[in-house]
Design a protein around this ligand. Structure first.
Ligand SMILES: Cc1cc2nc3c(=O)[nH]c(=O)nc-3n(C[C@H](O)[C@H](O)[C@H](O)COP(=O)(O)O)c2cc1C
Length: 158
């Protein structure tokens, strides 16, 4: 199985989570590439149109997409959502999500997970599961490690 980790991070929390996931999945025997989503311009909640730096990656060699980003205004941040929307068809791809948020209640991420899951399922990807990590003032690396291990188990169980 080969995975692409693609994530958006503005203040660095999701980036730390992405690196934990990279290490954990590689140690678990899954070949992984990693890509930071780079929108152009100033990002804010509610944006409907974003340009991105660089080319869209060729997903043909990947079985699994590990997609990460923060909750913004109770939903998924626009850069991740609009980046995924650029792929017209994700038939045959499996996906798993890793989401960070400010509030120390993972349930707050429910709306974000639903929103990005909808985009993925509309493109016929299969969403296997998600990992949610509050980043409240500190970046909780140990908890992220545990969450990355649980996400690996979810993926391996499918
Ligand atoms: C514009 C904006 C909106 C946000 N909205 C929420 C929110 O609705 N709920 C929440 O728990 N955290 C919210 N946060 C906090 C981020 O989700 C949290 O700090 C996240 O870990 C940031 O990830 P990053 O460091 O990878 O950018 C918001 C942050 C920003 C910048």
């Amino acid at each position: 199985m080969k995975a692409l980790i693609a994530f958006y991070s503005q203040s660095g929390c999701t980036a730390v989570f992405a690196r934990k996931i990279l290490e954990t999945f590689r140690n678990g025997g899954i070949e992984c590439d990693i890509e930071l989503i780079k929108p152009i311009g100033k990002m804010r909640p509610g944006l409907k149109d974003i340009e991105f730096k660089g080319e869209l990656p060729d997903l043909s060699g990947y079985d699994l997409l590990l997609l990460g980003g923060p909750v913004w205004a109770m939903t998924i941040n626009p850069p991740l959502r609009l980046w995924v929307k650029r792929f017209a068809d994700l038939t045959g791809k499996k996906a798993a999500l890793f989401i960070t948020l400010g509030l120390p209640f993972a349930g707050v991420a429910r709306g974000a997970i639903k929103a990005i899951t909808e985009v993925l399922e509309n493109r016929d990807a299969e969403v296997l599961g998600s990992a949610v990590q509050p980043c409240f003032f500190i970046v909780p690396e140990k908890a992220m490690q545990k969450a990355a291990e649980n996400l690996l188990k979810t993926v391996q169980g499918n």
